[in-house]
Design a binder for this molecule. Structure first.
Ligand code: ZN
Length: 176
């Protein structure tokens, strides 16, 4: 297994709609394993393929407390969404170290996806699990959680992130 390199804002791939997976082979199995390893290493509860620079519609999720229940979603689509909403703080590995204000999400969703063999399955999720699935499906549609925030909050987060990037660049240059 290998840990994959994360992409971060403003890399273009994070704004691109993922390509549906049509080839279900050993390479896909290996890629999903690497994504799971990367998700755990980054201490995330979910990861979409474009966050590791791959344009395929693949997401991995683990919302268990023990961090021992990794789930793989190939070509996931939300097929049912509850009218009831819930507000909670959300973060993203593509905008690391920054936690936004609360994001409204549907409390329950039903997601249809394929497994590594290409077989279709459905899951019903609620609360954190539902939030995480909505966040990852958003990624695969080129959306970020900040898109759900007010423009003012978005700008505040992006400015903070730009500052962090500039500082990192300076540190790297100072080491040379
Ligand atoms: Zn994210």
């Amino acid at each position: 297994m290998a840990r994959l390199k994360m992409t971060t804002v403003p890399e273009k791939i994070l704004r691109e709609v993922a390509t549906p997976v049509t080839v279900f082979d050993d390479e896909l199995v290996q890629f999903a394993r690497d994504m799971i390893e990367t998700m755990y290493a980054e201490k995330g509860i979910g990861l979409a393929a474009n966050q590791v620079g791959d344009s395929r519609a693949v997401a991995v999720v683990d919302v268990s407390e023990e961090r021992d229940n990794p789930l793989i979603f190939i070509n996931p689509v939300i097929v049912e969404i509850s009218e009831e909403l819930e507000e909670s703080d959300e973060g993203c590995l593509s905008l690391p170290t920054l936690f936004s204000g609360p994001v409204w999400r549907a409390k329950k969703v039903k997601v249809k996806a394929q497994n590594l063999q290409g077989e279709f399955f459905e899951v019903e999720a609620e609360e954190l699990y539902a939030r995480c699935l909505q966040h990852e499906v958003d990624h695969l549609n080129g959306k970020l959680y900040i898109d759900h925030l007010s423009r003012l909050k978005q700008e505040r987060i992006l400015k903070k992130w730009e500052r962090i990037l500039r500082e990192r660049k300076r540190e790297i240059e100072a080491e040379k």
